[in-house]
Structure formats: C-alpha cells, structure tokens
Design a protein around this ligand. Sequence first.
Ligand SMILES: COC(=O)C(/C=C/C1=C(C)CCCC1(C)C)=C/O[C@H]1C=C(C)C(=O)O1
Ligand SMILES: O=C(O)CCC(=O)C(=O)O
Ligand SMILES: [Fe+2]
Length: 378
Amino acid sequence: MAAVDANPFVNPNGGKVIPVESAQELVKNHVHPNAAEAVPRRYIRPQEERPTVSLLASSEFSIPVIDMKKLIILQGQEDQRKQEMERLSDACQEWGFFQIVNHGIPHSLIDEIKAVAKNFFNLPLEEKQKSAPQGGDPQGYGQLFVTSEDQTLDWGDLLALSLKPNQIKNLALWPTVPTNFRDTVERYALEVERVAQEVLSLFAENLHLEDADSFKNVFGSEPMNLMRMNFYPACPRPDLVLGLSPHADGGGVTLLLQDDETVGLHVRKNNQWIPVEPIPYAFVINIGDLMEVMTNGKYRSIEHRAVTNKERARLSIANFYNASVDAEVAPSAKLVDEHHPCLYRQFIHKDYILYHLSKPLKGKRHLAEFAKLDISNT
Ligand SMILES: COC(=O)C(/C=C/C1=C(C)CCCC1(C)C)=C/O[C@H]1C=C(C)C(=O)O1
Ligand SMILES: O=C(O)CCC(=O)C(=O)O
Ligand SMILES: [Fe+2]
C-alpha cells in the first residue's frame, strides 16, 4: 500500500478545497431546462474566451501524423526513417503537438481502457464519490485547479490518478467498480510508459544529444505517470462554455486518447484555435513545459483547450509522463550557446507541480512566471 503521508502534493493550497458540483449531475438533474438559462452563470465564459474555431482548420492545416512504424531502424529503409524523423522534428518545433499511429499498443487494450473509463463516469454519483479526494490529496474524482469561488468553471468532470511512483500512488482512491478498472489501468500504464520512453529517445536523437537515453536520464529513476480521465457531458450551450480551460501541460510528454466520434480538442497555433480530428486508435502527443525547458525552448509546450458538444458527451484520457518528483530540471547544456541563450532557470520538478496546483489553468502563463529568465539585457 502506498505511503500516502509521504506524498509531497498533499494540501497544495494549505488544505483549502473549493467544492464544485459535478457537470454530469448538473445535466442529469436538468437544473436549467429553459434554454436561455441552460447553463449556470459560473460556467459562462467572458465573450473573448468563448469557443470559435479557425476558418483555416482543414486537413491541410492540422497537427502532423507520425507513423511510428516508419521510425523503426530497418536496413534499406534509412531514407524513409530520415524523412519521418524530420517530420517529427518539425511537429515538435512548429506545433508542439502530433498524432502517432502504429505505436504498438493493442487496439483491444485501448477499447478496454475507454470502456472502464466510460463505465466509471456512468456510475451513480455516490459510487464515484468513493474516489473523491481525501486527506488533502489532490487526486481522485472531481476537479483540479479550482482555487477561488469566482473562477469560471469547466464543463467537465475528471478522475485524476497518480499511477507511478508508489510514493504518490494512492490506491484508496482508485475505483473498485467497474471491477476490471485497476487491472486495466495497470496494464495500460505499462504500455503508455513504453511509448513515452520511445518518444523521449526519438526526441534525444533528433536533437543530437549524446545518447538516446539522455532525456530518460534527466527524468530520473522514478518518472511519474499521472493519468487524467476527462468526461465532458453534452452541453445545451457549447458556445458559452469550455470543457477544459486553455492550458499548457506542465509535465514532460502527454499521451492523449481522444473520443473517436466527437471533436473537442483545440490547439492554439498562430493565435487561432485548430481542432484536432480524431483518428481511431491514434494517440495525440504533446510537448509539456518540462520538455520545453529541457530543450531550451526548441520544442514547444503549446496551449490547448477542450470544447463541448450539444448532442454528445466526450471522453478523453491523458497520461502525463513526467520527470521524477525530485528531478532537477534545466535546459540541456548542449542546447545553450552564444546564439541560443539559456531561457529558463533550473528548478526542482516538485516545486513546479506545487506552483501549478496552486493556480487556475491559465494558458502559457505558469512556465513564464515560474522559470523564464529575462534575457532582454543579455
Ligand atoms: C492539465 O494538467 C493536469 O491535469 C495535471 C494533473 C496532475 C495530477 C494528476 C493527473 C494525478 C494526481 C496528481 C496531480 C494533481 C499532480 C498536471 O500535472 C502536471 C503539472 C506539472 C508541473 C507536472 O509535472 O504535471
Ligand atoms: O480532452 C481533451 O482533449 C484535452 C485534455 C487535456 O488537455 C488534458 O487532460 O490535459
Ligand atoms: Fe492538456
């Protein structure tokens, strides 16, 4: 059993918890059946934050798709691999986002993890609340990043669990219904970790770092695998709300499974919101803040958000593959020189997580406020 009292993230806001009603319950109970008041005031975004998408959004202007099969080292296929590596490099530098296909995670396991997540969110509230945060631990069923009474709320519920390392894993909050939840999540976690490590090796190779393990080494001996299952109920006024506020992921790399049927993820590119079209069984991968720091800004952690849908609920499952709790995070010395000044100060990963947890999700501001160096006078 995990040693919960050794978890450094307990009580990140001095124990202050702001209660938030489940969005799913709100819909179920038809609190405001009248369309004009269909959405309670606390969810309504100011005009400038309401969701519109770019007119540019089309198949020619969408996040790159990387075929992992083309990245396997095979004799006679060197040119094909080189081309795919270049596409990956562009994706990390220009978009901060890409989708991967042929990643080797069995489709049956993807079906299983989506099914257990859906089954969990479809349980009665009392059952789900058995996984509600306890004892100041910010994981479990409910909300994260709600730090004030007057904050605009997201139209979504979540289940956040630390899968690894044991120091922050709190099995007491893991659902026991559906009965295959734990076993499925444990098997899925191993596969996600394998792919995340492959992706880190490809990044190191692309950036010409000493060896393919260089990022894995900085991530340390106990990398974190945090899982966030997001459930966005159908919303009577998707034009007024957001499922998930604009944010950049704080960790290393994120592997996201999207709903196959419903578009909901938007990525910010050149000040426009670009929808990410779901590809069945693909993962959306994005660069997190830690990776932006380690690459000295060469790879970019990009703002994204989730919107809701009038007819359909949407499910997504994000795994944040992050450095160890006590890892020292800093730009790689190989990526700093007279033409590329050091953009970020060194910090301890744990301190950045605590900073993150104390603030509402707010675009790209967290990394800039926490670690960006002022290089205007250098
Ligand atoms: C959008 O970002 C997050 O939701 C998030 C969540 C973190 C967590 C879990 C998924 C499980 C329980 C623990 C915790 C609350 C930390 C982001 O975490 C980031 C932020 C930093 C920094 C990081 O490394 O991961
Ligand atoms: O639901 C989505 O598509 C986005 C989820 C996300 O960005 C996150 O969980 O950090
Ligand atoms: Fe995210």
